[in-house]
Design a protein. Structure first.
Length: 340
């Protein structure tokens, strides 16, 4: 059976504050841990009013402290903005605080509009082509294996510990899959972006994986997809209208400063072109009853050649969101303990 985890972008729900959104995510992390989900990842996006945070490493610390078993990680750190050494320090500290529970997902994308990227990279030269070397540097720092001749070969990364976070490379293109395969890291494909070529990307990773002598055999691949589940197909589609409107805004350049309520989404004055956009958006969504969702996720696991899927469920109503994860957990026979 495939493993299921959570990808949380921590939306600010219409009518609520960012603080309330973060509190909801904390409750969701606790609930999905009790439901038997394996991972809880949070993303990195900058200067987006609809999202409650921009610093995944800080939120990972909070969520890991609020839980006790589920793996918690970044999905991901946008590495070209940062020093590999500083990222290694942050995540080694997280690993020391929560041994065996921290994931370090890394990405190449800017995670925001050009103005935010300029601010993040102010007074520094950034070459995205150096991303693979940055990843190798992080592996070296976290595993005390910086090669001889490296300018920082004698540099210590505090704290000194015997374990290290799992390292995942994230992507929505074949290029990231090629880098992950060549470096010997785990790989996650952002299926919910709707970018074509995901099946070929994961297949390339699986077929061309080269074991890393430091990481040993860490060949793992998974996808992240948007899933909304309810007791009836009609209710699932109703709940999905919130994300329909949000992603319509992203696609058309209209900034929506919150995750809309179902009422707002249903009553929005859509144009014919808007409806065509939503129809296209829905093609990369899993929406339905527990049986329908299970069938689609199992098929996606086969199509993408992955054994794990992260579920991103932007549902405005908190109880309905937790219930969605509970229904899926029950459908897959996971260790369901309670529902908040």
């Amino acid at each position: 059976m495939i493993k299921l985890g959570v990808l949380d972008q921590v939306y600010v729900n219409e009518g609520q504050t960012a603080t309330e959104g973060l509190q909801q995510s904390t409750r969701l992390a606790k609930a999905t841990e009790d439901l038997g989900y394996t991972r809880y990842w949070v993303s990195e996006h900058h200067a987006m009013r609809a999202l409650a945070f921009s610093s995944p490493e800080v939120l990972v610390a909070h969520l890991a402290a609020a839980t006790s078993r589920i793996r918690v990680g970044s999905g991901g750190i946008m590495l070209p903005h940062y020093s590999a050494y500083k990222v290694a320090e942050n995540f080694r500290l997280l690993e020391a605080l929560h041994p065996g529970r921290i994931d370090l997902g890394l990405g190449r994308a800017p995670g925001g509009m050009p103005l935010a990227t300029r601010a993040l990279q102010q007074n520094k030269y950034v070459d995205v082509n150096k991303y693979p070397q940055q990843v190798l540097d992080i592996i070296g720092y976290l595993h005390d294996s910086i090669p001889v001749g490296h300018p920082f070969e004698k540099l210590m990364v505090a704290p000194s510990i015997s374990t290290a976070p799992e390292i995942w490379l994230l992507g929505s293109s074949a290029e990231s899959a090629k880098i992950a395969a060549s470096l010997g890291t785990s790989y996650a494909f952002a299926e919910f972006f709707g970018t074509p070529g995901g099946e070929a990307a994961t297949q390339h990773y699986n077929e061309h994986f080269e074991a890393n002598s430091v990481l040993k055999d860490h060949q793992r691949s998974m996808i992240a997809t948007l899933v909304i589940c309810a007791d009836t197909e009609e209710e699932a589609n109703r709940l999905a209208t919130s994300s329909d409107l949000l992603f319509l805004g992203i696609r058309t350049g209209l900034e929506i400063r919150f995750l809309p309520s179902v009422s707002t989404a249903v009553n929005y004055p859509y144009t014919e072109m808007d409806l065509q956009h939503i129809k296209q958006i829905r093609k990369s969504r899993v929406i339905g009853t527990p049986a329908q969702v299970k069938e689609q996720l199992l098929q996606m696991s086969k199509d993408y050649h992955v054994g794990e899927i992260l579920l991103n469920s932007p549902i405005h109503d908190e109880k309905a969101r937790i219930h969605s994860y509970k229904l899926i957990a029950e459908a897959f026979g996971m260790n369901v303990q309670r529902e908040d």
